[in-house]
Design a protein around this ligand. Structure first.
Ligand SMILES: NC(=O)c1ccc[n+]([C@@H]2O[C@H](COP(=O)([O-])OP(=O)(O)OC[C@H]3O[C@@H](n4cnc5c(N)ncnc54)[C@H](OP(=O)(O)O)[C@@H]3O)[C@@H](O)[C@H]2O)c1
Length: 402
C-alpha cells in the first residue's frame, strides 16, 4: 500500500506573496508551528536542500530530517522529497498554487510508504498527516493573510525613507515589515545571519516600496559609516531612523567579564549613538528617531545588569536628544517592548517555551506575549506624521506587563 494525502486551502493574499512566503524555507519556523529550526544545507540549480527539526515531542524526542525542494515558478508547482526518509521508505510532496477568486488555492499532495519496522502503519500515518496538515495549513493561511500587502489605512508613510538597524530577525523584522506595508522605503542592516537577510529580501519583494538589506556590524565605527553612506547613496535623505539592533546575555553580575559588559554596551548603546550621530546630516525636517529600549530597563531583572544598564542609558540619550534636536523639528522617542515572540523563543525546547508563555499569561494584562509586528505598529506611529507632537516619550509595548 502507498499512503496518499491531498489537502487544499484558500489563502486570501497575492500569489507572489503566498509563493515567496511558502518557499522561504529558512523562515519556516515562523510559518509552521511544528518546526524548531530549518537549516539550509545547499542551494544548487534551483533545488534547496535543508534540514528540518521538530520541537521535542511529549517524550522529549527531537525528530529531524533532510529534505529537498524544487520550486518551478512557471507552473507554480513545487516538487519536494525527503532525502533522509526516517520512518518512511519514501515521502514525496507536491505543492500546487492556483490563483482563484478570493486568493490562492494552495494544494498539498503527499505520497509515501511507511517502513515495515516503523511503529505506525500507512493508514495511521495518513490519518496523522491529514490531521496535522489541516492545523499547519490553517496557520500558514492566518500568518500569510496577516502580513499580506499594504496596510488598509494610510499612515502618511508612502515614499518616506527609513533606516532600521537589525531588521532581518525578531522585532526589527516586524518593524521593517510594518513600515514596508505602510509604503515606506526601508534600508536595514544585519551583522552576519545571511539566511535571514535573504529571507527578508524575499519577503520584501511581495510588499510595496524600494528596500535594501545591507551587512554591517554596528560595533565597528567603519561599518556604521559605510551604512550611513549607503543610506545617502540610496535615499539622499532619511525621514526616520530606528535604532533596533541589540544583543543580550544572561550572566550573574559577580562573574560578568568586562568584555561581555563592553560587547553589550557597544551594540545596544554606542552603536545606537553612532548611527544617530552619523545620520544627523541626512535627516529631513520633521524627521523621527526611535530607539528600541526595553521594559526591564525600568524594573530591573537578575542576570541582566549589563543589558538593563545599556537600555536605561538609551532612554537618557533619547530624552536629551529630544531636547537638543527639537528646535530643528526632529522628534526622538523610545519604544520599550515587554517580552516578544521572536525566533529565539521558537527555538527553545517546548517545555521552556510553554513555561515562559504560561508565566507571561499571568504577568500581562493581555495574557500573552507580544508579536514583532505589534512593536512595528508602535514604531510606525512614531515614524508617521500622526505623532508630530510626540517627542521625548517612552512608549511601552508590553501588553500591560506588571
Ligand atoms: N525580544 C524581546 O523580547 C525584546 C524585549 C525588549 C527589548 N528588545 C530589544 O529589541 C531589539 C531587537 O531584539 P530581538 O529580540 O528582536 O533581537 P534578535 O532577534 O536577536 O535580532 C537582532 C537583530 O539585530 C542584528 N544585530 C545584532 N547585533 C548587530 C550588530 N553588531 N550589527 C548589526 N546588526 C546587529 C541581528 O543581525 P544578525 O542576525 O545578523 O546577528 C538581528 O537582525 C533589541 O534592541 C532588544 O534589546 C527585545
Amino acid at each position: 500500500m502507498i499512503g496518499h494525502t491531498d489537502n487544499s486551502i484558500l489563502i486570501d493574499a497575492p500569489l507572489a506573496l503566498v509563493w515567496s512566503a511558502t518557499n522561504d524555507v529558512a523562515n519556516w519556523p515562523e510559518l509552521f508551528s511544528e518546526y524548531a529550526s530549518a537549516e539550509i544545507l545547499s542551494e544548487v540549480d534551483g533545488t534547496t536542500t535543508f534540514r528540518l527539526t521538530l520541537h521535542p515531542d511529549d517524550e522529549g524526542r527531537v525528530w529531524s530530517w533532510v529534505s529537498e525542494r524544487t520550486p518551478d515558478p512557471v507552473t507554480r508547482t513545487v516538487r519536494a522529497r525527503r532525502v533522509e526518509p526516517g520512518v518512511f521508505e519514501f515521502m514525496e510532496i507536491t505543492w500546487e498554487y492556483r490563483e482563484v477568486a478570493g486568493g490562492v488555492l494552495l494544494r498539498w499532495v503527499q505520497d509515501f510508504r511507511v517502513r515495515p519496522d516503523a511503529p505506525i502503519d500507512d493508514e495511521a500515518m495518513t490519518e496523522r498527516i491529514n490531521r496535522n496538515t489541516v492545523t499547519q495549513m490553517g496557520l500558514i493561511k492566518e500568518r500569510i493573510e496577516a502580513g499580506a500587502g499594504p496596510l488598509p489605512a494610510d499612515f502618511g508613510l508612502a515614499g518616506r525613507r527609513v533606516l532600521v538597524t537589525g531588521g532581518t530577525r525578531g522585532i526589527g523584522r516586524g518593524i521593517v515589515r510594518m513600515l514596508a506595508r505602510a509604503g515606506a522605503d526601508v534600508l536595514t542592516c544585519y551583522r552576519d545571519d545571511e539566511a535571514a537577510a535573504r529571507s527578508l529580501e524575499r519577503e520584501l519583494k511581495g510588499l510595496p516600496g524600494t528596500h535594501h538589506v545591507v551587512r554591517a556590524d554596528l560595533s565597528k565605527v567603519e561599518d556604521v559609516e559605510r551604512l550611513v553612506d549607503e543610506c545617502e547613496v540610496r535615499f539622499g535623505v532619511l525621514d526616520a531612523v530606528v535604532n533596533n539592533a541589540g544583543v543580550i546575555s544572561h550572566l550573574p553580575y559577580r562573574e560578568l567579564p568586562v568584555r561581555e559588559w563592553q560587547r553589550i554596551i557597544d551594540v545596544n548603546l554606542t552603536a545606537a549613538h553612532l548611527v544617530t550621530q552619523h545620520t544627523l546630516p541626512l535627516l529631513s525636517p520633521g524627521a523621527s528617531v526611535v530607539f528600541i529600549g526595553s521594559k526591564v530597563a525600568e524594573v530591573g531583572v537578575p542576570l541582566r545588569a549589563h543589558y538593563t544598564a545599556s537600555k536605561a542609558a538609551v532612554v537618557g540619550l533619547a530624552l536629551s536628544l529630544a531636547k537638543e534636536l527639537g528646535p530643528q523639528g526632529v522628534r526622538v522617542n523610545v519604544v520599550a517592548p515587554g517580552v516578544i515572540e521572536t525566533e529565539v523563543l521558537h527555538a527553545m525546547p517546548r517545555d521552556a517555551r510553554d513555561g515562559l508563555r504560561a508565566r507571561y499569561r499571568e504577568k500581562t494584562a493581555l495574557g500573552r506575549l507580544g508579536e514583532p509586528d505589534e512593536v512595528g505598529g508602535a514604531v510606525l506611529f512614531l515614524v508617521s506624521p500622526l505623532s508630530s507632537y510626540v517627542t521625548g516619550e517612552v512608549l511601552h509595548v508590553g501588553g500591560g506587563i506588571s
